[in-house]
Write a protein that binds this ligand. Sequence first.
Ligand SMILES: Cc1ncc(COP(=O)(O)O)c(C=O)c1O
Length: 463
Amino acid sequence: MLIPLNPLLSTPLYLQIVEHVCLLVRGGQLNVGDRLPSTRALADQLSVHRSTVINAYDELRTRGLIDSAQGSGSYISANLRELTRNPAPQREQSPIDDQNIERLTSELWQANHDKSIISLALGTPPEDLFPMQGIERCRNLVIRRDGGHAYGYEMPQGYLPLRVEIARDLARHGILCDADEIIITSGIQEALTLTSRALASPNDVALVQQPHFFSDLANFRHLCLRGVGFGLNEHGPNTLDLEYALTLCCKGGSGSYPRFIVVSPDYQNPIGVCWNAQNRLVFLRWAADHEIRIIEDATYRDVAYEPQPNLPLRALDAEVLYLGSYSKSLMPGLRIGYVLARGSLREQLISMKRITTTSSKSLGQRTLATFLAASAYTEHLERVNAIYALRRNALHEALERYLPAGCSWWLPNGGYYVWLNLLDNQPHPPALRLCFVRYPEDVLTYAVRILGQIMNSLLLLRA
Ligand SMILES: Cc1ncc(COP(=O)(O)O)c(C=O)c1O
């Protein structure tokens, strides 16, 4: 039985097993009378403690899904038909999990804004590297030039000169588009909410990379969508994982074929993977063959520490919905992102933007347009990316020096994060996401030294 477990989810491992068995049953891969592996065999296969599988089987028995007979193991019960009629609620969608995640997120935000804490959790650019002089100069120029218009309503689609500048800038990445295809949003967060709402209705399913940016699932929950995960290796997704995710969602009855798939081919948050050229092409072919709409989240595309030879998916296929942002590459407080869309979907997104927020702030849009036109953005990228690369290297050296054996990580060529596997002798080791851009090298070294001390003490306690 192929059961991908993810220790990063808030759902306990035993319930993940339960849910997968339910999905296999609903998908028709397990039928009445089919025998499940013994608890020992499944525990060995999944590299989990046997009690995890025992708990999972107990839960399945309580739900009436399996029967067990002394000496003959566990098998799918005749109650299966009942289960198919009354599917068990998805754990990911339960209000209890929502509350937990919301509580954790809000605690994290508070900790992140506590100045007495060195937070390697917060994934935002360092405020002391913001190009304040350049931005102020542009803003003053806009106010002098546009007067009250700088504070008026903008068109819902966004300030035209800004869209023209973005279209021009996208040519750097091989994306050829018209300013009319661009819709300005308040960051990618809004772009993702609008596109998800346009493409799917409550109870629909969407595919999302695993592990993913934590807001992706929060967004799905908010829209009552069900997210089904697929795995990534160091070069991108593999077709087998995608196919498997597809069987998990599409065999659950009408309406559960995925409406779209969200991917970040460039320096994905949190693990920093950058897909290779081959994987991009294979993925596009796979999505086209299955008629699944692609949302490409390009948040970190401009945070590159080496020349990036691989084209964005949108440059290879004009049907891809491309989401861009200036939050990580410039300043998140601008709250400016955008989505590239065409045809009736573009119309729909513009009208949704009009209905929800009317337009993104005028002054910020006009200031950014002026900043981009002066080529100040690319100059800023060169400056900060060089600094971030040094910080990434310092974090790497400190990890090598202070962390106990058994931890593993690799150096991303872009983005903000190092993904640290704490004990590399398990298929899904516990892991930490470390953001390295916010602090100078000596602070990062100090923080990792403390992390190393904590981990060494924990290892001593366990010994
Ligand atoms: C992958 C990813 N997408 C989207 C966002 C949200 O970005 P924005 O500030 O543009 O809404 C983030 C922020 O951390 C992110 O990491």
